[in-house]
Design a protein around this ligand. Structure first.
Ligand code: FAD
Length: 329
């Protein structure tokens, strides 16, 4: 949706963005390919070639999230439109209705053995001489790399927001289990180590939430480029923090934690934003050490726009964790 909102023509927005915003249809983003290292968008090999007033698309994608949902009607496909252009001007993005002849949704990818199908699933798709009108091109030929870069910032922060929700769910389940299960004569909740897991989880979620909130605020106020360092920071901090919390929630459930009877095994492990490991993020977050020395302003929550509402819980301290006593420790 972000791609269409930022780069779509008025016609493209009317035709596709409006029904997406209204929840009537879904979309999928098709960049990653099995044959090339797709963390480097310049490698994308699918061809998008002009032929009269149409473009012809040939290639194979995988991990197109949501493409298997019955409501998914539109694919944003990235491909090479000019192999002879400078490296970062070779790629374009184009809108392909999923029911276009030649679009073959082959299978859904499994994630650690799970189908991950709540949103439809991550599809492998073959594009075989797929023809779409030239006006389906987004922004212009050669703009694909720039669009991909612009999309990744918002994409990452949405992912981090969802992961925080997963951590909240894990903590809530851990609390419920700890008070309802008795071992060696007392509830798990009275074991010091379990209390420490619960307290530490709450602290880590709040720390993470504030870092993500600050990043969202910077994106709203100084733009994605200005928020680059923080976007890299949340990409590093979020998966590791959420993984720690889910690990403790699973342990508190004993054997049940890894079973199909609780949602924890399915939440595990929390995927990194854009499935890129933190090692690469750390190495590409070049300005991080220098930038981190400079004080950055604190968000003014009153000016924070829509984006924050999406993840900021109305009650940041769910009842299970709220202290009833009045002590000041
Ligand atoms: C659950 C899930 C959902 C996904 N959804 C989508 C989607 O909707 N649309 C889509 O197009 N793709 C999607 N992807 C694919 C994802 O974006 C890619 O897997 C990711 O970009 C990495 O590309 P690759 O798999 O080709 O790995 P490669 O590019 O082959 O990289 C292999 C490893 O090397 C690392 N690496 C690369 N360069 C460096 C470096 N300089 N330093 C250190 N490490 C490096 C990479 O980070 C990676 O870990 C999804 C993946 C998953 C798992």
């Amino acid at each position: 949706m972000e791609v269409l909102a930022e780069f779509g023509t008025p016609e493209q927005r009317k035709r596709w963005l409006q029904p997406l915003l209204e929840g009537e249809i879904r979309s999928a983003f098709c960049m990653t390919e099995p044959e090339v290292a797709s963390s480097d968008a310049a490698n994308i090999a699918t061809r998008i070639e002009r032929d009269g007033d149409q473009y012809v698309i040939n290639g194979r994608k995988w991990w197109s999230s949501g493409a298997m949902a019955p409501e998914c009607e539109i694919l944003i496909v990235m491909g090479r439109s000019d192999p002879d252009a400078p490296k970062h001007r070779q790629q374009s993005m184009i809108l392909v209705p999923r029911d276009t002849p030649g679009v073959d949704v082959r299978r859904g990818m499994h994630v650690f053995g799970y189908t991950d199908g709540a949103h439809g699933g991550h599809a492998e798709i073959v594009f075989d001489n797929v023809r779409v009108p030239a006006e389906n091109l987004i922004s212009g030929e050669g703009e694909g790399f720039a669009i991909a870069q612009a999309r990744l910032g918002p994409g990452r922060i949405h992912h981090c927001m969802r992961l925080i929700g997963m951590a909240e769910r894990g903590l809530e389940l851990m609390c419920r289990r700890a008070v309802s299960r008795t071992a060696f004569g007392k509830p798990l909740a009275e074991q010091g180590v379990v209390q420490e897991w619960i307290a530490e989880s709450r602290v880590r979620i709040e720390q993470l939430r504030l870092l993500v909130l600050k990043t969202a605020w910077l994106m709203d106020t100084v733009g994605n480029k200005g928020a680059h360092t923080e976007i890299q920071a949340i990409k590093i901090a979020t998966p590791s923090t959420v993984e720690w919390i889910l690990d403790k929630a699973i342990q508190a459930h004993g054997g049940g934690g890894v079973s199909q009877d609780f949602p924890l095994a399915q939440l595990w492990p929390p995927p990194a934003p854009c499935a890129s490991p933190t090692a690469r993020t750390r190495s590409t977050a070049a300005p991080w050490p220098a930038a981190s020395c400079a004080p950055t302003p604190v968000p003014d929550c009153s000016s924070v726009a829509l984006r924050h509402k999406a993840f900021h819980s109305p009650d940041p301290f769910p009842p299970l964790n709220r202290r009833n006593d009045t002590s000041h420790d």
